[in-house]
Design a protein around this ligand. Structure first.
Ligand SMILES: [Zn+2]
Length: 86
C-alpha cells in the first residue's frame, strides 16, 4: 500500500512520488492500519495517524520485503541510495 507520509526519504520520493511511502499492512483491522516503512508511523488508509513513528529511514531490506510481498515493483531501478550520515 502506498500512502502519503510526512517523513523524508529521497529514494521513495523518486519511486513513489513526493511524500508517498510504502506502507506495510499491520494485523489491526476495523479499520485496517498501515505502517510506514520509513518512519513507522501507523495510519489508516484515509491517512488518519493512529501511532506516531520514530525511525528516520527504512532499511533496504524493508523495501525488498515489501516488494516481495506486494509485487516486486521497486527492485528493478538499481541499487538503493547510499546511507546518509546523520
Ligand atoms: Zn513515514
Amino acid at each position: 500500500m502506498i500512502l502519503s507520509c510526512n517523513c523524508e526519504h529521497e529514494y521513495q520520493d523518486r519511486r513513489c512520488g513526493r511524500g508517498r511511502r510504502y506502507h506495510t499492512e499491520t494485523t489491526q483491522r476495523n479499520p485496517t492500519i498501515y505502517r510506514c516503512t520509513v518512519c513507522s508511523t501507523e495510519r489508516t488508509e484515509t491517512g488518519e495517524v493512529t501511532k506516531t513513528g520514530h525511525r528516520d529511514r527504512c532499511s533496504w531490506q524493508d523495501v525488498v520485503d515489501f516488494c516481495r510481498r506486494y509485487g516486486g515493483k521497486a527492485v528493478n531501478i538499481g541499487p538503493p541510495p547510499k546511507a546518509v550520515k546523520s
